[in-house]
Design a protein around this ligand. Sequence first.
Ligand code: TYD
Ligand code: MG
Length: 463
Amino acid sequence: MAKATSYFCQSCGHESLAWSGRCAGCGEWNTLVEAPKAPPAQGGGVRRRGGSRLSQRPVALRDVSAPAVERLLTGVDELDRVLGGGVVPGSLILLGGSPGIGKSTLTGMALGNLGAAGHQVLYISGEESTAQVRLRAERLGEAALAVPALAETSLEAVVGTIEAERPDVCVIDSVQTLHAEGMSGGPGTVGQVREAAGRVMEVAKRLGCAVILVGHVTKDGAVAGPRVLEHLVDCVLFFEGERERSFRTLRALKNRFGATSEVGVFEMRSGGLVEVVDPSARFVGEASSAPGSVVLCSMEGTRPLLVEVQALVAPTEIVPPRRVANGIDRNRLAMVIAVLARHGGPSLAGADVFVNVAGGVRVDEPGADLAVALAIASAHRGEPLADAEGRPLACFGEVGLTGELRPVGHADRRLGEALKFGLEPVLCPADDELGPGAQPAPSLRGALRGALGSRGRRVERAA
Ligand code: TYD
Ligand code: MG
């Protein structure tokens, strides 16, 4: 008889028939755990003689009925925007984030608002007792206190409760605490997490109840175990930021019902998460006019966002010198440093370089290159990029390996955002659709000259 269990990697979900020390899927060591096999997919249809199935007839897509569903607004505008306009009834949403980032707070607030708007809600906590959940809700206000809550970790009990209560929106905090009876492996293992998500999805789709599964992330930032869940759920949201900092960003990594480029910005305050409606104003207001600081006109999804990029260049004896990047990709930092050395900027072989995007924001786009380069050059020379009145310099653009500046998307919107805050001119790549306020430069060398030269300072000598 075939064996009923397999070995599953806790890191990538790879299934193998025999145990081995190293996962063949992702190469991690000691991650295989024995768990029951995933049940075979059960398709509908009639079985014909010979084993093939007589399936239903395919229908042209235009003839498929798709009733327009009304989305449920969580009342947390940034969350609604990232979701693509609210929660779709019956959808399954995975909300990932490191501990303490505010997942329970965000979901608690959303349920509170949904409940106040007359929807049936349910909060199932597997991590905290209801008394602890209440303490948080007290900080969030009356609406959050009205949310029905249950502390439960048994998957059967959770599914039973959803069936009995039939909520419109249910939060399960977190999916890693659920365990199915009769399954080996502790809560949080791949088998358990997959079983939990599968069973919850089944009941959610059947009852039209939207479920938000809260999930923890592993040390390397992936939604733990739940890598196997990403294809299963309709939407994967990621809540990130640094715990010590107050700003948090909410992004969609996958969204079957909306764009994945939207980003919500929040600030953690004593009364819960507060949406930062105009994050540019916050970041520009905090920008300094000291050497090594520049304002980057970045795009967060469809929204332009001005953020401050700071750099520090310090002489060092350490070989190789340190390159520390906070909020930008480390490899891009290395590339920008190399291009600077070859194309008109300083050579930093004997210096530690630290680059930081202020406010704990992450900008993952090539449009940040120019800002990083200018901040480093300014820090290296000890010369501010700000003008005589202390207004910071704004810029954006991708730096190519040959030292050219390459256009990036939404130049007009980036410019518009800078103009809104009186940041003019904006250093940027030459582009056809540039509006007023732009100071185009064809190359990194030209941009360095424009930034550190024309503002009444030493002209970067063309080497
Ligand atoms: P929490 O939502 O419990 O994080 P997670 O569920 O992601 O682990 O809370 C995150 C932190 O936020 C916690 O350290 C306490 C803090 N906090 C506030 O500062 N203000 C508040 O109003 C609340 C509810 C929490
Ligand atoms: Mg929590």
